[in-house]
Design a protein around this ligand. Structure first.
Ligand SMILES: C[S@@+](CC[C@H](N)C(=O)[O-])C[C@H]1O[C@@H](n2cnc3c(N)ncnc32)[C@H](O)[C@@H]1O
Length: 306
């Protein structure tokens, strides 16, 4: 349902739409019921939040956090019909404890990574498929872009970034190629970087299924946005905001994140503060993978406060 106050150029009108992942699974784990309060710490297009709001009617509340100004506008629009039951903040989710103060909630959802709205908009520079500025900031108020990293990091730091955040086996070669090329002219666009990566990795090692630029783009995006550091912080503090029996659901999209979630939940279980509800991560059904190919790498883990 769209509200009359829709901006003229909404993402939907541009043919862009984010399909929320594993909605039924998330709703089941969150045990949505009327009168409950949830935090959606990664609001995106508002897909999961709107489902929570529907299932917690008539008086459930969602506190939504999103740091991307474009996504925030989209989510506000999509969630307008829920009126006062949705409270939206443009914040990095690491600030959740300050925002909540002493209030506790029935559940927290983190759906990590990018929304399709961000990936598909060329001007944001997240995708190597189109041409765009090498930006990659999710929060447009941040200062450092991917172009800044590519053009300013030392050879060693570049190699470390590609290896550590992208698990890129060709990190050294790609870093060297970047440093060589940027001495001729700054690397400013997604396609300029993609070409450098393609040339740096010997052709016989190019996969037909996965673009050779995939890992480098992932690494830069993670570093620009401090994604692992943010996840680490919320894993340390998020559980303290849950009521007894309250649940934390985390959907991750790559092994670096999933490993962190698994490790943090295990530690909390050992300490006796949380109980793990997903011994193995839950993954999307075959039907969902086909309907929404972006869901393929999603892994859902959930734990409950004891
Ligand atoms: C996968 S999307 C979420 C999609 C959402 N669940 C839906 O159904 O539409 C992830 C969103 O989280 C946001 N995000 C990522 N890290 C964040 C952070 N540290 N603080 C706030 N928002 C963040 C991104 O900007 C993006 O819009």
């Amino acid at each position: 349902m769209r509200h009359a106050l829709c901006p003229l150029r909404s993402y939907e009108s541009m043919g862009l739409q984010h399909i929320p992942v594993m909605v039924e699974e998330v709703m089941t784990f969150l045990k949505c019921g009327s009168g409950c309060t949830y935090v959606d710490a990664t609001l995106g297009g508002g897909g999961h939040a709107s489902e929570i709001l529907k299932r917690t009617a008539p008086d459930g509340v969602v506190i939504g956090m999103e740091w991307d100004g474009d996504a925030l506008a989209e989510a506000k629009n999509a969630l307008l019909p829920f009126g006062e039951r949705i409270k939206i903040f443009r914040e990095n989710f690491i600030h959740l404890p300050d925002l909540m103060k002493t209030e506790s909630v029935d559940g927290i959802l983190l759906d990590l990574g990018l929304s399709s709205l961000q990936v598909e908009k060329e001007g944001r520079g997240f995708s190597f498929k189109g041409e765009g500025p090498l930006d990659m900031r999710m929060d447009q108020r941040m200062h450092q872009t991917a172009a800044d990293l590519v053009n300013r990091l030392s050879l060693g730091e570049l190699e470390y970034t590609l290896f550590h955040y992208g698990e890129e086996g060709w990190a050294k070669k790609i870093a060297k190629a970047i440093v060589y090329e940027r001495e001729k002219e700054p690397i400013e666009t997604t396609q300029a970087l993609r070409k450098i990566i393609h040339r740096a990795i010997p052709r016989r090692f190019h996969s037909r299924r996965i673009d050779p630029a995939t890992k480098t783009f992932q690494a830069l995006r993670i570093r620009v946005n401090g994604e692992l550091e943010n996840l680490g912080k919320i894993l340390e503090t998020g559980w303290t905001l849950l009521k007894k029996g309250g649940r934390m659901c985390i959907i991750s999209f790559h092994s670096l994140e999933d490993r962190m979630v698994k490790g943090a939940f295990r530690k909390l279980e050992k300490e006796g503060t949380m109980r793990i509800l997903t011994k193995k991560p839950v993954t999307p059904s075959e039907e969902e993978r086909e309907r929404n190919p972006r869901s393929r790498s999603a892994k859902l883990r959930c734990a409950e406060r004891v």
